[in-house]
Ligand binder design. Structure first.
Ligand code: GLC
Length: 541
């Protein structure tokens, strides 16, 4: 496979294509100073752990100063580090230490909106004629009503908030303390481009762009048309005027041009309401290196359901786009709780092999490698605005943001103080220390899968084809590169199941066979028989 549209991909090694990205939610990873909140020094102290796991990069959820109305996704200073996480010097040290271990660092940039505590907004809301008055989306009301029908997806239904000092409304697509920036203002645009330069100059390797495709809004503020939706008011509109405006295409090119001025930088977009045409519009060639879709985060434990997503992804990507695969992040229920109903981790190994050995960049989320479960946070303790607004239909995102379970000591080894968020009670048995030296543990399996991806080019850049596509139990795919074939067989069922692979016979020789169980046998019909929940990886010579 060639990937001529990516300058970096011509390099023999390309970190963001070949390796695994590990997402850290900094509040919850490791607390070095006992204030109950994770911090940069805590992350630095765990770099050896991450190097041992074998990840190529870490993505940090936002570390900028934030009043935490949306836990870091409401930024009050784009060029700073929140004191609760440390200092800019700590960040530089993190970069230095990560790079020394060959780990790249990706920052999360939240450029659609700022916190209403940002100095720009504080100035902007004062009057209609100050240097920042046009930094946000201000509009007059229409005959005593809101300027148009645009909605917030997080808060009260309307996205418009009235400010008496200006006699106007400002727009917020998320909570009202997250005011949307006016990307059509050249000064805002220049400030935003500067954010990339500032962090790239420090040596930051990549960026994850929060909800990038909503940055621009319709110039004349037309109302959206109506459509039938679900319990979320936001879903009762076709978002033709507040999402995916044409101007975004130039913005992704400008960002790419800036980053191409530095060696081996990367930018991945969080596509809001991802669809294949959006990934094509915004990524590849001279645009973002990749754009997320999140199909795996809500896929049921069923081989055909996953095959459908893989087919769609492969078809859309071709050899022009580079896919990403994500089972977990800070916005969704943890996959361990979605896929495992008890403490047995074998099923989760199937998912680990899947996400790590597919053709595309695998993103894993802190704690995923130990099968950390979703924490049950009672209503009275909810902090996430989404959970508070939509409970009980949607209990929010606090449960997937619980402290990392390092050991069975006080607060799971996360903090000496009182953790900001509830721990999962199973940390006494489910934790890094208990798993790291056990070759049969889920953590060891993740490490093994990552090491296969690191070792074999076929898993990094090989083509992908699905095999035995009518099999209801086993998902099988083949990767091929430069004369080498590798097969990944994943039995989603708890019962034994057989797979036939053309050309693979009991006589076939392999470089390596890897499995979470005893290596499978052939039956009389020449099929490979897998045990329930078995993952088998056959790497040809
Ligand atoms: C993205 C983030 C989410 C945040 C929202 C608003 O979807 O992933 O956590 O709440 O944007 O910034």
């Amino acid at each position: 496979m060639t990937n001529t549209y990516y300058p970096e991909a011509k390099l023999d090694r390309c970190w963001w294509r070949d390796g695994v990205v590990y997402q850290i939610y900094p509040r919850s990873f490791a607390d070095s100073n006992g204030d109950g909140i994770g911090d940069l020094k805590g992350i630095i102290a765990k770099l050896d752990y991450l190097a041992d796991l074998g990840v190529a990069a870490i993505w940090l959820s936002p570390i900028n100063p934030s009043p935490d109305r949306d836990f870091g996704y409401d930024v009050a200073d784009y060029l700073g580090v929140d004191p609760k996480y440390g200092t800019l010097d700590d960040y530089k040290e993190l970069l230095r230490q990560a790079h020394a271990r060959d780990i790249r660092v990706i920052l999360d940039l939240v450029l659609n909106h700022t916190s209403t505590d940002h100095p720009w907004f504080i100035a902007s809301k004062e009057s209609r004629d100050n240097p920042y008055s046009d930094f946000y989306l201000w509009r007059d009301g229409k005959n005593g009503a809101k300027p148009n029908n645009w909605l917030s997806c997080f808060d009260q239904a309307t996205g418009w908030e009235y400010v008496p000092a200006r006699g106007q409304y400002y727009f917020h697509m998320f909570v009202k303390e997250q005011a949307d920036l006016n990307w059509r203002n050249p000064k805002v645009y220049a400030e935003m481009m500067n954010v990339f330069r500032f962090w790239a100059d420090l040596g930051t390797d990549g960026f994850r762009l929060d909800v990038f495709n909503v940055w621009f809004k319709d110039e004349s503020f037309r109302s959206n048309p109506f459509k039938i939706g679900d319990y979320i008011p936001f879903h009762w509109q076709k978002h033709v005027h507040d999402i995916d405006q044409p101007e975004m295409e130039k913005a992704v090119r400008d960002i790419r041009e800036i980053l191409d001025g530095y060696p081996e930088r990367y930018v991945v977009g969080e596509t809001f309401y991802p669809e294949p045409w959006k990934l094509r519009r915004y990524s590849g060639e001279d645009k973002l290196h990749a754009a997320f879709d999140f199909d795996f985060t809500h896929c049921k434990h069923d081989p055909e359901a996953f095959r459908k997503i893989i087919r769609k992804t492969e078809e859309n990507a071709g050899d022009r786009l580079w896919p990403t695969y994500v089972s977990n992040n800070h916005d969704v229920r943890r996959s361990a709780s979605r896929y495992a109903s008890d403490e047995d981790d074998e099923r989760l190994k199937i998912h680990a092999a899947l996400v790590i050995l597919l053709r595309g960049t695998p993103y894993i989320y802190y704690g995923e490698e130990i099968g950390q479960r979703e924490t049950n946070v009672p209503r009275a303790k909810l902090m996430d605005p989404v959970g508070k607004r939509f409970w009980p239909i949607n209990k929010g995102r606090d449960g997937c943001r619980a402290p990392m379970q390092w050991n069975n000591q006080t607060n799971a080894g996360f903090s000496n103080g009182t953790p900001w968020n509830a721990l999962h009670p199973d940390y006494e048995t489910r934790n890094v220390s208990a798993m790291i030296h056990d070759p049969r543990s889920l953590r060891s399996f993740y490490k093994r899968m990552i090491s296969l991806r690191r070792q074999y080019r076929v898993f990094q850049v090989g083509s992908l084809s699905l095999l035995d596509e009518r099999n209801n139990s086993v998902l099988t795919f083949k990767r091929e590169f430069s004369g080498r074939s590798a097969y990944v067989l994943l039995n989603f069922s708890a019962d034994p199941a057989a797979v036939s692979i053309p050309g693979v016979t009991p006589e076939s020789e392999f470089e390596e066979k890897v499995s979470n169980m005893a290596i499978a046998e052939f039956n009389a019909g020449g099929e490979i028989v897998l045990m329930g929940n078995q993952a088998l990886i056959l790497i040809g010579k």
